[in-house]
Design a protein around this ligand. Sequence first.
Ligand SMILES: C[S@@+](CC[C@H](N)C(=O)[O-])C[C@H]1O[C@@H](n2cnc3c(N)ncnc32)[C@H](O)[C@@H]1O
Length: 277
Amino acid sequence: MSETNSLELINKLSQENLDQYCSKEDIELLVLHTLDINRNTLYRENPSLDDNELKKIAHFIERRNLGEPLAYLFGNKGFWNLDLFIDENVLVPRPETELLVEKILSLYDSKPLRLLDLGTGSGAIGLSLLSERPSWEVYCSDLSLKALKVAQENKKNNLVNAHLVNANWLSAFEGNSFDVIVSNPPYVDRNDKRLLGDGVSFEPTEALISEDRGLKDIRHIIKTSKSYLRDSGCLLVEHAPEQSKDVVDLFKDYSYSSIRLFQDLNGDDRVSFGKIA
Ligand SMILES: C[S@@+](CC[C@H](N)C(=O)[O-])C[C@H]1O[C@@H](n2cnc3c(N)ncnc32)[C@H](O)[C@@H]1O
């Protein structure tokens, strides 16, 4: 095949890949990415593809059909207002995590404050917040050096001035030094069937799994954050909807005040909040 039009190709490949991971929507995105065009151009101009482009798309489809997430194939993912570089060393940022960003922005204006994004991965949460509130001092930390390299790339690409720190949770920080601590930690139990979901087996285990029904890291963060927060400081943690009672109980056990649950766009409890008096 020497020349093929995009829309005909998308239809043909969707038929060939029925019942596979690579959906028609994915194939359209693969074509847009390969041609570096947007949907308007695709539908207005129906551009043709040459042999190299066809080979590239065929290779992408092969990888996608093995379950690899589109974000790893493209090397990027949109999150909040940022286009993030993503590779297999970081979790693919999820839309529900944007709830953490939204809540923090609604709680705090541009007055200077110190914020820590614990387990930053690609930098999604901390860098999005800093891009909206350049007057804040933002620390992004992770145990994984490979993840921090990704966050470093995103910091550079998005021209934001975050401090990147390699640390086991709060161990590298001084007590009583943050106004806000935010975290989307690993919270999936190792037997949870979510680990069998589309693309999940390609993501780093240490970004997903936590022992003790997925609560071990959340418990550690809630317990230790208290002494790293300044007066009236707050902690926000993402968790699975079915963990909400356990997480709220942990905030109570460690005597946080103003404890609240926030719901994601599906109406599921997704973020717990607590302040220190
Ligand atoms: C669920 S991912 C979240 C990544 C990113 N914040 C996001 O929302 O897309 C959890 C992150 O916590 C990091 N992590 C796991 N254990 C850690 C530890 N003991 N100390 C610091 N970071 C840790 C992982 O490397 C991973 O990047």
